[in-house]
Design a protein around this ligand. Structure first.
Ligand SMILES: C[S@@+](CC[C@H](N)C(=O)[O-])C[C@H]1O[C@@H](n2cnc3c(N)ncnc32)[C@H](O)[C@@H]1O
Length: 463
């Protein structure tokens, strides 16, 4: 693709992946960030309405070789490489220049070496870190531990054609949605086993607007740069255009260490990673590699690692508030239940059930069911906080009873919340609430000392 070629097209027709965005064109908004973990987080609670003509069409034609898939407005190609005998292939979402780089690499396609009869590693749980890789024998410094052909190589971001009136949050969400659609094509092209392996990878981007595939790319992608030499990168954005994320079944299971014992090196001709030991490793030791520059200062390292701590950031960044949802008819009826359930799962994964927000999330689900007039489910959740019988007349007397489903709720608090919602609108409610849920003390809501207010059945919840 010639530099500037795509710029001559009207913005509306411009395909994704145009490497150079015209300075005068305000409608193309690339994702920011150089590595997947630095992509921005979306903050919208509902889907972005994309006006007609702005969703990129994925109308494919099959390439001459029958092996690659190409949209009619080709800015990206979906191709399986390197196609050596019965060996596994990597699904690649490439700009055409990147595909060419691989095809032109001397020695490409180079077969993988025969797999050892007894692998030097295994995948096993690593306390506090999810899964990890461990050595199954003593490994000498410099020894190759494994060769691995990736499951997927995808750009760190795709360009999306975005209406000029979109807010920053809408741009981010729209870009994430478009990235998800593009990456989904690659995942659908995988063999069932490789797709299952991809989907079983860890995803810590579950609450930031990323779809399930982009979330996994962002969690597990290893950065690979310099794959677009046709473009002499002058700007940060152009550098990013040649940067890809590589997602592997095994190597992506490596956890981070600031004193790692392995390093991966990418062999372009083989289209595979080689993982080698950087020092002697004892049998049973966890294999680690560095996610960040280990020679940077402690504060720089912790800043760079922050996105990997997304579970904790997500937990600290969200309090499920009844007032943010109950009077807001733009949010779906199951919004608070889903958000609180996701939060509970994160808290349980991090073993942080002692936090007050754990109690609050349980409570929020119970209250949401009360607002929906569902005493059966409210009771299930109430059992964790207050042990109510679903037949209890207490429900009908509850101040929030059916406030989401009745035009004129009988409960005092429900009626008041509804009225406030009508007067202030969703934005006004958000401002009052200030994201804390504290502007109004609802019946039974835990407050004050978190230790004293722990759910009575906390033990049962974590089991
Ligand atoms: C690429 S995955 C590594 C494999 C992952 N542990 C798994 O279960 O599949 C990255 C995620 O692993 C976890 N992780 C990696 N290194 C860690 C460390 N040193 N301490 C705690 N968690 C870590 C974080 O949740 C991070 O988002």
């Amino acid at each position: 693709m010639k530099r500037g070629f795509l710029n001559s097209k009207p913005a509306k027709d411009r395909p994704l992946g145009s490497p150079v965005a015209s300075k005068t064109d305000p409608v193309l908004h690339p994702l920011k960030g150089t590595v997947p973990s630095q992509l921005p987080y979306a903050t919208l609670d509902r889907p972005v309405d994309v006006p007609k003509g702005y969703e990129t069409k994925l109308n494919f034609v099959t390439g001459a070789s029958g092996s690659d898939t190409q949209p009619a407005t080709a800015a990206y190609v979906w191709i399986a490489l390197p196609q050596v005998g019965d060996e596994p292939d990597t699904e690649c979402l490439f700009v055409p220049e990147t595909k060419q780089i691989f095809l032109n690499t001397s020695g490409f396609p180079k077969p993988l070496p025969p797999a050892p009869t007894r692998p030097a590693f295994c995948v096993a749980p690593s306390p506090g870190k999810g899964m990890g890789l461990f050595s199954t024998r003593n490994i000498k410094q410099g020894e190759i531990i494994l060769h691995e052909r990736p499951l997927l190589i995808a750009p760190v971001a795709v360009f999306s054609n975005t209406p000029a009136h979109f807010s920053e949050a809408q741009i981010v969400q729209h870009s994430l949605n478009e990235f998800e659609r593009f990456a989904e094509v690659s995942v659908n092209r995988m063999t069932p086993q490789r797709r299952a392996a991809f989907m079983s990878l860890h995803n810590c981007h579950t609450m930031d607007g990323s779809g399930p595939i982009v979330g996994r790319i962002r969690t597990n992608g290893i950065g690979l740069s310099g794959l677009q030499p046709g473009l002499k990168a002058k700007t940060d954005m152009e550098v990013k255009m040649g940067t890809y994320s590589v997602i592997c079944d095994n190597i992506s299971r490596l956890n981070h260490s600031c004193s790692p014992n392995t390093a991966p090196s990418f062999d372009r001709a083989m289209l595979a990673y080689r993982l080698y030991a950087v020092r002697d490793i004892a049998k049973g030791e966890e294999l680690t590699f560095q996610y960040v520059n280990v020679l940077s200062s402690k504060s720089e390292r912790s800043k760079a690692l922050k996105p990997y701590d997304v579970r904790r950031s997500a937990i600290s960044g969200f309090v499920p508030t009844l007032s943010a949802w109950a009077p807001n008819c733009q949010l779906p009826d199951d919004w608070l239940i889903n958000k609180s359930t996701e939060l509970l799962e994160l808290i349980e994964k991090e073993h942080l059930e002692h936090l007050e927000v754990y109690c609050i999330a349980n409570h929020a689900i119970m209250e949401a069911y009360i607002c929906l007039g569902d005493s059966q489910n409210a009771s299930k959740w109430a059992a964790r906080v207050e042990l109510l019988d679903p037949e209890s007349p207490a429900y009908a007397k509850h101040g929030l009873w059916r406030m989401r489903v009745d035009e004129n709720p009988t409960g005092e608090i429900g009626a008041m919340l509804k009225l406030m919602g009508e007067i202030c609108g969703p934005e006004g409610m958000k401002m009052m609430d200030n994201g804390t849920g504290s502007f109004m003390l609802l019946p039974g809501r835990p407050s004050g000392n978190s230790a004293e207010n722990r759910c009575r059945n906390g033990q049962q919840l974590t089991g």
